[in-house]
Every structure is written in structure tokens, then in C-alpha cells.
Ligand binder design. Structure first.
Ligand code: GSH
Length: 207
């Protein structure tokens, strides 16, 4: 069994999809939660000076979505042809766009003047959630491929879990199809075990 080590900060963020992927696949991994005071020393050693970083037997992988895609290919959580893989990429990108809008608000506008909140909750969130929920409705309890869990389902569930922390409420609470996916991923044995032992977040900011 290869050794897996995930390095990320002490909160969910972009580390959580990587942690969820490994948990879902039932593999043991070192959950290296980097404290803010240790960051300046670690940063220059990283491929782009950013986290998350995944090490598999010492080989480093970076960029959250490519890591999830790569793990998806190892753990049979990809499509079976180029079009299916395109569908998976597309939905992951849509979830990432929503995440970016919310993170931008949380880490900049909210800190400054609590600006842009109305735009976020009246426009961006319903817009993206509507698209994702509609797609999930056509896939019968999956996000990208009907009848098959893919890495994008796991990525999305982990990102929604992170967004819950940023927004202070569950933005998908009324999305019954996204909820189905969430329930399926969160109740997988490995994820359940991970969640039971998951350390409490210590949110930090990058200002
Ligand atoms: N494209 C990268 C972005 C990674 C990224 O923005 N990481 C942030 C935390 S979420 C970071 O390391 N910030 C600290 C810094 O840049 O010094 C990915 O998707 O993994």
C-alpha cells in the first residue's frame, strides 16, 4: 500500500476534497495540518508556493482539482470515455466557480465592509446552485454520471462542506438532489470514519 500524505492548512478549504477522496477510497493517509506560523518555512519548498499538496510515496502532486482527478483515476472514480470525463470536469469546474465567488467574498469583501453579500445570496449562489441541482436531478443521485460515483461528486460534497463554514449556513439545504449525493458520500464507510475523527477547524485568513 503506498503512503499518502496530505498537507493543507488547519481548516477545510481546498485540502478537504483531497482528504475526502482518500477517505472515500478507504486508504490511510497522514493528515498534515500546517499551522500558520510554520507556513513561511514550508511555502518556498512547494511547486507553486501553495497548498494543498499530496505526497504519494514521496512524489508530490499539487492543484486541488488535478489531484482529485488523478486520485479518481487510481480509485476508479472516472468516466469510461472522453465525453464522460469531460462531463466530470465540467461539473467540478462549475462547483469551483461557485466556491471562488464565495471565497472571494469571505476573504476580501466580508473582512472589509461586509459588502457584496446581497449579490452573493440573491444572484451568484442561486444561479450556480440551480444549475448544479438541475444537473443532479437528471443524474438520479449523482452529479456527473448517472449510476456512478465519480471524483466530481466527492469533490463537490467536500467543497459544499467548506462553503457551509464560510457562509455560516448550509447553502444546499433545499436542494434535494444535491442532498442525496451529499448523504451518499458522507455515509460511505471511509468518509464516516474520517468525519468522526476530523479535527475542529481553525479558520485563518490570508490578509
Ligand atoms: N490552484 C491551486 C490554488 C491553491 C491555493 O490558492 N492555495 C491557497 C490556500 S486555499 C494557499 O496556499 N494560500 C497561501 C499562499 O498562497 O501563500 C489549487 O487549486 O490547489
Amino acid at each position: 500500500m503506498p503512503s499518502y500524505k496530505v498537507s493543507y492548512f488547519t481548516f477545510k478549504g481546498l485540502g478537504e476534497p483531497v482528504r475526502f477522496m482518500l477517505a472515500y477510497a478507504n486508504v490511510d493517509f497522514i493528515d498534515n495540518r500546517v499551522e500558520w506560523e510554520d507556513w513561511p518555512k514550508l511555502k518556498p519548498t512547494l511547486p507553486l508556493g501553495q497548498l494543498p499538496l499530496l505526497e504519494i510515496d514521496g512524489r508530490a502532486f499539487h492543484h486541488c482539482i488535478p489531484i482529485c482527478r488523478y486520485l479518481g483515476s487510481i480509485f476508479n472514480l472516472t468516466g469510461s470515455n472522453a465525453v464522460e470525463n469531460y462531463e466530470i470536469d465540467c461539473i467540478a469546474d462549475t462547483v469551483n466557480e461557485l466556491r471562488l465567488k464565495i471565497a472571494m467574498w469571505y476573504y476580501s469583501y466580508k473582512r472589509v465592509k461586509n459588502e457584496k453579500y446581497d449579490e452573493l445570496i440573491n444572484d451568484s449562489i442561486p444561479y450556480y446552485l440551480g444549475k448544479i441541482e438541475d444537473q443532479a436531478a437528471t443524474k438520479d443521485g449523482y452529479l456527473a454520471l448517472k449510476g456512478k460515483t465519480t471524483w466530481a461528486d466527492i469533490y463537490a460534497v467536500a467543497i459544499f462542506d467548506y462553503i457551509h463554514d464560510l457562509m455560516g449556513y448550509d447553502i444546499v439545504k433545499d436542494c434535494k438532489n444535491i442532498k442525496k449525493i451529499q448523504q451518499k458520500i458522507m455515509s460511505a464507510d471511509g468518509v464516516k470514519r474520517y468525519l468522526k475523527n476530523r479535527p475542529a477547524d481553525q479558520i485563518i485568513t490570508f490578509n
